[in-house]
Design a protein around this ligand. Structure first.
Ligand code: PRT
Ligand code: MG
Length: 214
């Protein structure tokens, strides 16, 4: 049995067509079912529904051989015990630095001011600002980062943007792109060696499907 861990929402929704192209569909309806383990049309493959940020952990410890996780989540996790052989090109967005309209980010950086930055992505943010030589105090949040600058909790945020609607609705704008983000197929390193015969063909099929859907 091969287990693929993934999160509900956009990752699940955008992975389904790739699985379908490989001839795999869930047997349970993920919208209505409360099951956390879904059987699929392939008897030797099941899906595990977990929180987005927990996917790398399940795969790292081998509770799932495979997973689908955003690069944002993988950067925070660190990637220990994981192969990341395939950029699936799904759930694409950008990780950016954003500030309120009227905040002069360039001037603050130029003056060497110490910036307060709120984010869920403290690892990635720390590396980004360190590489630029910008001094920051990072404030860890678990969601709704856009609120932080509006109530004086932070000068700036590091967050993901796709349409940009959330930023503009909160009178924020992106001042720097940190990196593009998309979801990756991840594989437990030990499992790839032990179960290569089962995993390798699946990787190839998903790789083909990802190219077609790109
Ligand atoms: O919701 P939960 O706390 O369980 O976890 P999660 O928020 O990490 O899960 P989910 O399903 O929301 O996101 C899963 C993955 O989708 C992320 O890890 C990213 O790799 C990817 N992804 C792609 C995004 C977005 N696009 C995205 N726009 N994740 C989040 N957003 C959020 C963003 O944080 C911001 O609040 O959407 C808002 C901005 O969207 P726009 O369209 O208004 O710009
Ligand atoms: Mg979310």
């Amino acid at each position: 049995m091969i287990t693929l861990a993934l999160s509900k929402g956009r990752i699940f929704d955008e992975t389904l067509p790739l699985l379908a192209a490989a001839g795999i569909r869930p047997l349970d309806n993920s919208d209505t079912s409360r099951k956390l383990i879904l059987r699929t049309s392939r008897r030797d493959l099941r899906l595990l529904i977990v929180r987005a940020s927990d996917v790398p952990t399940y795969v790292q410890y081998g509770a799932a051989e495979l997973g689908v996780a955003g690069k944002d989540v993988l950067l925070e996790h660190g990637g220990a015990g994981l192969y990341q052989p395939l950029d699936l090109g799904i759930a694409a967005c950008r990780m950016v630095v954003a500030v309120p309209e009227g905040f002069d980010y360039a001037a603050a950086v130029r003056q060497g001011a110490r910036l307060r930055v709120a984010t869920k992505y403290t690892q990635t943010a720390r590396e980004h600002f360190a590489a630029k030589g910008v001094h920051v105090d990072l404030i860890k949040l678990y969601g709704s980062m856009e609120l932080a600058p509006l109530v004086g909790l932070a000068d700036a945020i590091v967050d993901l943007v796709s349409t940009g609607h959330t930023l503009s609705a909160n009178r924020l704008h992106a001042v720097e792109e940190i990196r593009p983000i998309s979801a990756r197929l991840i594989v437990n390193q030990a499992a790839l060696k032990m179960k290569r015969d089962a995993i390798q063909p699946l990787l190839e099929e998903l790789s083909k499907a990802a190219v077609i859907h790109a």
